[in-house]
Design a binder for this molecule. Structure first.
Ligand code: G3H
Ligand code: 13P
Ligand code: NA
Ligand code: ZN
Length: 324
């Protein structure tokens, strides 16, 4: 069946790699993820956001994730390591509902709350979740977000001096931190970047100094990086070539994620890159084969493109291949 994150993270921290946490909202995304992890023999975290629950229905998603374990076995993986995780839970009740629904892991994101309220909410979720052997991810520090009015202005980096107290008082199994990543395909403004000789935006580096200070204070404790899409420029170019309008989209360079994966960062969240891969593939079919109207003729290529992207992340960035 589905597994929680405990053993995955212990092995990843020791082994100097990171577990991929891929969001899914539909069957094609789920199939691509499972095909990629079976092909690479990688553990995986399937993430469901509140938005995914609204879009796809939580019951369907839950059975799809349970079906994913059987699907992986059918594809030839004898012992699949698949975790079903709630991404960015914002209330105790939502976490409780997901636990009742069979999720094996939840995130309670109290990062926007005052410190003591974050501690209290997170502690409550941990106390409930651990009765069912469900693992819990908490968060300290606020990521910049596309949903913020003042994008990229409102983030606060994680304060290393808080992490030890937080993990002790809450009992969380992993901690998401803010070291310069953000959600979406526009992680840095052009003003924050430099341009290389080809006019491609080069983002500022992540705050590895903060990560290292956190590692000094809670050695070996599992750290999570949200907002870790790299926004592949070939996908952006394909989207724009076929009628898209993504201007100055920029992500976290893979080299930096590789470095993070070698540290106590043991879960790396990627959603936007999959969205870009799907959209590029679908736009290309729509533009080059205008007579097609069978959804399988564009969702199929989108699924293949996603699988390739996920395999690349696993083998070339996170290093979670052959870890089952
Ligand atoms: O945290 C952000 C994830 O990419 C999920 O996005 O809330 O649009 O499903 P979503
Ligand atoms: P990206 O938007 O960078 O893919 O981040 C996804 C994420 O953090 C989901 O929780
Ligand atoms: Na790691
Ligand atoms: Zn996130």
């Amino acid at each position: 069946g589905l597994v929680n994150t405990r053993e995955m993270f212990a092995k990843a921290v020791k082994g100097g790699y990171a577990i991929p946490a891929f969001n899914f909202n539909n069957m094609e995304q789920m199939q691509a993820i499972i095909q990629a992890v079976v092909a690479t023999n990688s553990p995986v975290i399937l993430q469901v956001s509140s938005g995914a629950r609204k879009y796809a229905n939580q019951t369907l998603l839950r059975y799809m994730a349970q079906g994913a374990v059987e699907y992986a076995k059918e594809l030839g993986c004898a012992n699949p390591q698949i975790c079903l995780h709630l991404d960015h839970g914002d209330t105790f009740e939502l976490c409780k509902s997901c636990i009742e629904m069979g999720f094996s892991s939840v995130m309670i994101d109290g990062s926007a709350l005052p410190y003591d309220e974050n501690v209290e909410l997170t502690r409550r979720v941990v106390e409930y979740a651990h009765q069912y052997d469900v693992t819990v991810e908490g968060e300290l520090g606020v990521l910049a977000g596309i949903e913020d009015d003042v994008q990229h202005e409102s983030h606060t980096y994680t304060r290393p001096e808080e992490v030890e107290d937080f993990v002790k008082r809450t009992g969380v199994d992993s901690l998401a931190i803010s070291v310069g990543t953000s959600h979406g395909a526009y992680k840095f403004t052009p003003e924050q970047c430099t341009r290389d000789e080809n006019g491609i935006l080069q983002p500022p580096p992540l705050r590895f100094d903060i990560l290292e200070e956190i590692e000094r204070r809670i050695p070996g404790f599992p750290i999570v990086l949200h907002g870790s899409s790299s926004v592949p420029q070939d996908k952006v170019a394909t989207i724009n070539k076929y009628g898209g309008a993504l201007k100055d989209a920029v992500g976290v360079p893979e080299e930096q994620l590789r470095r993070a994966a070698g540290s106590s960062v043991c879960k790396i969240n990627i959603d936007s890159d999959g969205r870009l891969a799907m959209t590029a593939a679908i736009r290309e079919v729509m533009a080059t084969k205008p007579a097609e109207f069978d959804p399988r003729k564009y969702l199929g290529p989108a699924r293949d493109s996603l699988k390739e992207l996920y395999m690349h992340k696993i083998e070339k960035v996170l290093g979670s291949d052959n870890k089952i």
